[in-house]
Write a protein that binds this ligand. Sequence first.
Ligand SMILES: Cc1ncc(CO)c(N)n1
Length: 224
Amino acid sequence: MDGGGVEAGTTAAWMARHRGMYERATRHPFTVSIRDGTVDLSAFRRWLGQDYMFVKEFVAFLASVLLKCCRQSDGSDMEIILGGLASLSDELSWFKKEAEKWSVNLAEVSPLKSNTEYCRFLQSFSEPEISYTVAITTFWIIETVYQDSFAFCIEEGNKTPPELLGTCQRWGSPEFKQYCQSLQRIADRCLAEAPADAARSAEEAFLRVLELEIGFWDMSSSRS
Ligand SMILES: Cc1ncc(CO)c(N)n1
């Protein structure tokens, strides 16, 4: 393996196999419009309010991943997941500060349809029947879609408005990428040891996340 990268494993094979879907999620017109500098700021404000609600549900999701980790794995993954959970505390504060900056009243935001659908999917992970392998793979791809989408907004040639750079750096930074790669290594290790039906369920969850992420960006750019 080269310096902290990720060896070609199951997850890389899925990304290649489902490349079209992956690109629809990570090069969505909404995030591409941030990079182009043509983003509709009312859409950005809608995304901000909706994502705050999502992240609150994501805390509960991550708690369920952590619980499965403690019950089913040897414990070396625990610190990475716990670190992710801890950083959500800072993320919630960031959303509140950002909402103030954009005059978004978080108390008045109610979840739109695609967000509700995504949150329901996250809630389903509290069932003990869902394996750690499926849960950690789902966690990895959820974070990776944001990492890839926002890293593109700060890559060379971007015209991202300066007032949106902080948002893009939150998920597009090299540190966040490394964190996603740690999650990917855990997922690949679990998948390599998993029975075929668990690996199949994990691939289904991977595709479902891509679908839900596309729906979330669509919702942010329009009003579905
Ligand atoms: C919808 C969505 N997907 C992924 C992330 C990454 O944490 C997020 N904040 N929101």
